[in-house]
Design a protein around this ligand. Structure first.
Ligand code: 5GP
Ligand code: 5GP
Ligand code: 5GP
Length: 209
């Protein structure tokens, strides 16, 4: 019998640069806790298969329950801030991520452990500092995409996937950074497969936030 919750091979750990969410032609809203830090926040920790497919919404009976993460709420607010409208404290984003992706993790990580794992992975990977060490700063740019990937590879040993979106004037910019993590969440790994979409130009902006 196939256990649905185990039906994945690794995680994508996805980070977002807030400046690139907020300078497009689309809406954004700061959370009720105020403007987030100028840092790469968490977007999600997504179970994925080696063939590129992924499970989602694995347990319709498991709704996000804020009381299960009450002892890490302030960490979630600072490390996993929401930028979507309407303004809220982040609960909508976390609920979406738990229900779509978290319910497919291991067999299965409980909500508290799932969110705590993501925070731990973020604390191991200070992307802003890593870029700074390579002379890459959120000051507009442009920067070479390959230099950005190289900076992360040099610091952590593995090549990330970088996802771009387009600013209000049509320029390609750094939006999300994907790193791969093994099935149990204990180690970063080389990505078995890269996601499609969000293609970057060879030279991209890194906007101020
Ligand atoms: P989708 O069209 O799948 O909702 O989102 C496509 C991409 O745009 C996603 O990476 C998502 O993060 C981003 N996005 C979705 N909704 C909004 C929005 O209201 N404002 C901005 N700035 N980005 C959004
Ligand atoms: P996805 O399915 O793309 O992982 O999750 C995106 C969903 O989370 C969308 O419904 C989007 O509106 C919501 N969301 C809330 N806050 C954010 C945010 O800060 N960034 C992105 N990309 N999506 C967010
Ligand atoms: P987008 O259209 O913004 O790239 O993706 C929308 C949402 O679909 C993401 O936020 C995420 O929830 C899910 N998604 C897109 N691509 C992948 C992928 O390659 N792997 C996994 N696990 N989820 C994905």
């Amino acid at each position: 019998v196939l256990c649905v919750s185990q039906n994945y091979d690794f995680f994508y750990f996805v980070r977002q640069w807030p400046g690139s969410y907020c300078n497009t032609n689309r809406s954004y809203c700061y959370p009720t806790t105020g403007k987030p830090a100028a840092d790469f926040g968490i977007h999600g920790l997504w179970p994925n298969r080696n063939d590129g497919s992924y499970p989602s919404n694995c347990d319709p009976n498991s709704q996000f329950n804020p009381s299960e993460v009450s002892n890490i709420t302030s960490k979630l607010q600072s490390h996993w801030p929401t930028l979507a409208c309407p303004t809220n404290n982040g609960t909508r984003f976390w609920a979406h991520e738990w229900e779509k992706h978290g319910t497919c993790s291991m067999s299965k990580l409980n909500q508290h452990d799932y969110f705590e794992l993501a925070i731990k992975l973020k604390q191991k990977t200070d992307l802003k500092q890593t870029f700074r060490n390579a002379g890459i700063n959120p000051n507009g740019g442009p920067y070479s995409l390959s230099n950005m990937k190289e900076a992360i590879k040099k610091a952590f040993g593995f090549t990330p996937h970088i996802d771009c979106n387009v600013d209000a004037s049509g320029k390609s910019q750094l939006f999300q950074v994907y790193m791969c993590v093994n099935r149990t969440g204990s180690n970063f790994i080389e990505c078995p497969v890269f996601p499609r979409g969000g293609r970057c130009k060879p030279s991209i902006m890194f906007p101020v936030f």
